[in-house]
Write a protein that binds this ligand. Structure first.
Ligand code: PGA
Length: 254
């Protein structure tokens, strides 16, 4: 696939996989995907498996991501994980503001922007998630919601940091539901986000930002979604838990 920006496909394993299961999955992926150079490949295991997965993928074409981090540096924050600690494990990406965290942990755009700044300060690339609920879409508020989330969660980032920030458009109604946005709906939302980035940054910078689509991405729909001009990759949940389906998504996007 000939794309303006290099595709990035990340697997969000969420709260799944023991260390043993994680190692089995990542060993299979390493084998299946050894020849892929055209796509940036990322796996985001739970914190408990990061260290051992890091050792298996060292030197391979698979990068490591975390699913969350603290907005604070090391200190008295019981139960939290600082960006520096992730960096030590060779983590390169971190998912921030996933809709599940926005919903269950009540994460706000302001908090997500603080986390994004802390991630950059530790040389991690944030994957900042945005997306509307079904009620918001049906009320015609999709663009308003996306504008508020993109503006709020990327606040304070320099242009150089913005280029190193990945935005994941994940319509909440498509996550884990089997309902994927149509390619037209995805492209429309991605083009809107890019237009907003042109306003917030500048045309040249906005064209360099990668915007992933997420929400029930599977082998059968990945190619069509990623063939859209403003869809620069995928954030995959359920289908990233098995080597075969995640590898197929990536192979189908090449
Ligand atoms: P899903 O999850 O692929 O299972 O819909 C996507 C996500 O939540 O990142």
């Amino acid at each position: 696939m000939n794309k303006e920006r290099k595709l990035i496909v990340a697997g969000n394993w969420k709260m799944n996989k023991t260390v043993a299961e994680a190692l089995e999955l990542v060993r299979d992926l390493k084998h299946e995907l050894a020849n892929i150079k055209e796509v940036d490949i990322v796996v985001c295991p739970p914190f408990t498996a990061l260290s051992e997965v890091a050792q298996v993928i060292r030197g391979s074409n698979i990068d490591l991501g975390a699913q969350n981090m603290s907005e604070h540096g090391p200190g008295a924050y019981t139960g939290e994980i600082a960006a520096e600690m992730l960096g030590e494990l060779a983590v390169r990406y971190v998912i921030l503001g996933h809709s599940e965290r926005r919903q269950y942990q009540k994460e706000s755009d302001e908090l997500i922007s603080k986390k994004a700044q802390a991630a950059h300060a530790a040389s991690l690339q944030p994957i900042v998630c945005v997306g509307e609920t079904l009620a918001e879409r049906e009320a015609g508020q999709t663009e308003k919601v996306l504008e508020t989330q993109v503006r709020g969660s990327s606040k304070g980032l320099s242009k150089a940091q913005a280029v190193e920030t990945i935005i994941a458009y994940e319509p909440v109604w498509a996550i884990g539901t089997g309902k994927t946005a149509t390619t037209a709906q995805a492209q429309e939302a991605h083009a809107f986000i890019r237009g907003l980035l042109v306003k917030l940054l500048d045309e040249g910078t906005a064209r360099r930002v990668r915007i992933q689509y997420g929400g029930s991405v599977k082998p059968s729909n990945a190619r069509e979604l990623m063939s859209q001009p403003d869809v620069d990759g995928a954030l995959v949940g359920g289908a990233s838990l098995e080597a075969k389906s995640f590898a197929e998504i990536i192979k189908n996007s090449v």
